[in-house]
Design a protein around this ligand. Structure first.
Ligand code: ZN
Length: 138
């Protein structure tokens, strides 16, 4: 079995933001030369997530609006806000998850037509955010 990985680096420009990383993940899989196996997409951050869904501008706004509504940034009820101002982002990251796994079959990432891969920023802007993309297989 072969293992290959790359660390993608990106910067975010808003507190809440969705960045489409589908092309980056697919290019990493291509460069790995692994034909069959899995690809792990992992954001090593406690205030961001990796999510999968359709890249339609209205929907992306809908998702961000719901994330804000759900995580309640700035709420005085969040105890973590006494020492830091980002409890909402930690809660979002904990619940939405920082890792997604996809099958790789015949050199392609298996995903539906309406399944793009996004980095979900919840505590930006940040000058450097990293995403580890690890491909395992043969
Ligand atoms: Zn914090």
């Amino acid at each position: 079995m072969k293992v290959y990985y790359e660390v993608l680096k990106l910067n975010t420009t808003s507190r809440f933001q969705l960045l489409d990383i589908t092309g980056d993940v697919e290019n990493t899989v291509k460069r790995s030369s692994i034909r069959n196996g899995i690809v792990v997409v992992h954001a090593p951050h406690a205030t961001a997530s990796i999510i999968v869904n359709e890249h339609e501008p209205g929907l992306l706004e809908d998702i961000l609006e719901k994330v804000k509504e759900f995580t309640e940034p700035g709420s005085s009820k969040w105890r973590h806000n006494r020492i830091d101002d980002n409890a909402h982002a930690h809660i979002g990251s904990a619940l939405f998850g920082s890792t997604r796994i996809f099958p790789v079959v015949n050199g392609r990432v298996v995903r539906g037509t309406w399944q793009n891969i996004f980095f979900l920023e919840m505590d930006g802007p940040r000058s450097v955010r990293e995403i580890t993309v690890l491909v395992m297989g043969e």
